[in-house]
Design a protein around this ligand. Structure first.
Ligand SMILES: [Zn+2]
Ligand SMILES: [Zn+2]
Length: 208
């Protein structure tokens, strides 16, 4: 079987995203109106989160529930050398971090600046909520936004012949990690995606 779908970027699938409601844990959905520019991250988009189980509703930029990454970029308080530090992505923010200067070896606490982290996590890019459709594969997590995204990924994984034509650096497939592309994980991934599809059928939102 040949994979013949266009080279969509992940953001193409992000207009409807199924997520876990942060208040009640049921499935909620995020509807997004994308702006003109979506790559590498969407700008001027309008997103609304809705949970029909508990009624929680959130709009764009009301609150970020997801991971953040902290940065320090300044000069050493002792010798003036440049200090650059990047934290692991986390949901628990802290004010400062102790850094040892590479030049003078002296330690000092430095304040972090936190930014929203939107890569490689099973969360949505608009509110940072946990995605509804994710599955463990060995020690990794495979996630999708919705049924179209799932079907697209499944078609790709199932295809024996994968062409590189027309792909660009932002295409979803170009950015898939190697363990997903690897033929030796094919059967396991397909089995897990089938299970996700069944999970989706069980929720009331299989048509969103
Ligand atoms: Zn809810
Ligand atoms: Zn120093």
């Amino acid at each position: 079987m040949r994979f013949t779908q266009p080279a969509y970027p992940t953001v193409y699938f992000s207009e409807k995203i199924l997520v876990k409601c942060p208040d009640c844990g049921s499935v909620g959905h995020i509807d997004t109106e994308l702006g003109k520019y979506t790559i590498p991250f969407p700008h001027n988009h309008k997103s609304i989160f809705n949970c029909s189980s508990c009624g929680l509703k959130k709009e764009t930029n009301e609150k970020w529930y997801g991971y953040c990454q902290g940065f320090v970029g300044r000069n050493c308080g002792f010798c003036g050398s440049q200090i650059n530090y990047t934290s692991e992505p986390t949901k628990r923010l802290y004010e400062s971090v102790t850094i040892k200067c590479q030049s003078c070896n002296r330690e000092k606490d430095y304040k972090l600046k936190w930014y929203r982290y939107k890569e490689e996590k099973p969360t949505d890019p608009y509110f940072g909520l946990d995605l509804w459709l994710h599955t463990d594969i060995k020690d990794k997590i495979l996630w999708v936004y919705n049924i179209d995204h799932l079907t697209y990924l499944k078609d790709y994984i199932a295809s024996k012949l994968r062409e590189d034509d027309g792909r660009h650096k932002y295409s979803m497939i170009t950015n898939l990690p190697q363990w997903i592309k690897s033929a030796k994980n094919r059967d396991l991934i397909l089995k897990k995606l089938d299970r996700l599809e069944k999970k989706l059928e069980k929720t009331a939102y299989n048509n969103v």
